[in-house]
Design a protein. Structure first.
Ligand SMILES: Nc1nc2c(ncn2[C@@H]2O[C@H](COP(=O)(O)OP(=O)(O)OP(=O)(O)O)[C@@H](O)[C@H]2O)c(=O)[nH]1
Ligand SMILES: [Mg+2]
Length: 236
């Protein structure tokens, strides 16, 4: 595939200060993608990192033109990184995966299977999670808010790996400035009558880099998330 052609698969990686993780995440993604008999690209979205994330990615780009980077000139929250992937990814099928090493592109075949069976937007489900207890409680509360405001009826509303087809990518729009994206993506699917699915995924502990989420942050964010989902529900 030349760089001007459209790949079948895009893997979008939101990255913020992931100098310690990004090389392994990108090279593991390449290994997983090479097992597929499909063309691909990897699109790293640097959300204005202050560490060496961009330098590591640019170094890897010298070896493989299928790796691209979008550099945000200011931090645009996690949602802004997802918006950039929606706009810039060229693939027929687009995966968005956190770049801290907690997820793996090895799960791609399960997503492709669900998409090829008719789903437009497929969320990951961390049945076995590697997170501290307070994160499990926080996720449970997010899910209840999702149920209440958006009618969310699947297992995992804030999983950092999901995949969708071009139809979904054309319809979806991210407008919020917030450190999450799944509620708005899910609301887009509902609004446009698109099929939503879920697949079980692997989940690993964060090994490198600092968590940006403390218990205090989680508690503070509930009010914000509640307001965010209420707004989304008003536009369904
Ligand atoms: N926190 C944060 N992460 C961002 C941002 N932009 C992109 N990311 C990436 O989003 C992904 C998820 O962020 P994390 O901080 O790992 O969030 P999490 O997985 O919910 O929490 P921990 O892994 O426990 O810290 C990572 O790959 C980050 O590099 C941002 O503005 N803030
Ligand atoms: Mg993480």
């Amino acid at each position: 595939m030349s760089t001007s052609e459209k790949p079948e698969i895009s893997v979008g990686l939101p990255a913020y200060n992931e100098e310690g993780n990004i090389r392994k995440v990108v090279s593991d993604a390449i290994m997983a993608l090479k097992k597929q008999n499909r063309s691909w690209e990897i699109l790293v979205i640097d959300n204005h990192s202050s560490d060496g994330t961009v330098a590591v990615v640019k170094d890897m780009m010298k070896e493989d033109p299928r790796i691209r980077i979008i550099e945000h000139e200011k931090n645009r929250f996690y949602s802004g990184s997802v918006a950039s992937i929606l706009r810039e990814a060229k693939g027929d099928f687009i995966m968005i995966m956190d770049s801290d090493g907690q997820f793996t592109v090895e799960d791609l075949p399960s997503f492709m299977d669900a998409l090829e069976k008719g789903a437009d937007f497929v969320l990951g489900w961390r049945r076995k999670r590697n997170d501290p207890a307070f994160r499990l409680v926080a996720s449970w509360i997010f899910k209840q808010l999702g149920r209440y405001w958006l009618g969310f009826n699947l297992h995992d509303l804030n999983c950092g790996i999901r995949m969708f087809n071009r139809r979904f990518a054309e319809a979806a729009e991210i407008t919020a400035n917030i450190n999450l994206a799944n509620p708005e993506l899910y609301a887009c699917a509902v609004k446009h009558n698109l099929q939503v699915g879920e697949v079980e995924v692997h989940h690993f502990p964060r090994l490198q880099g600092e968590t940006c989420n403390t218990l205090a942050d989680s508690l503070r964010i509930f009010a914000t998330v509640n307001r965010h989902m209420k707004e989304l529900s008003e536009n369904l």
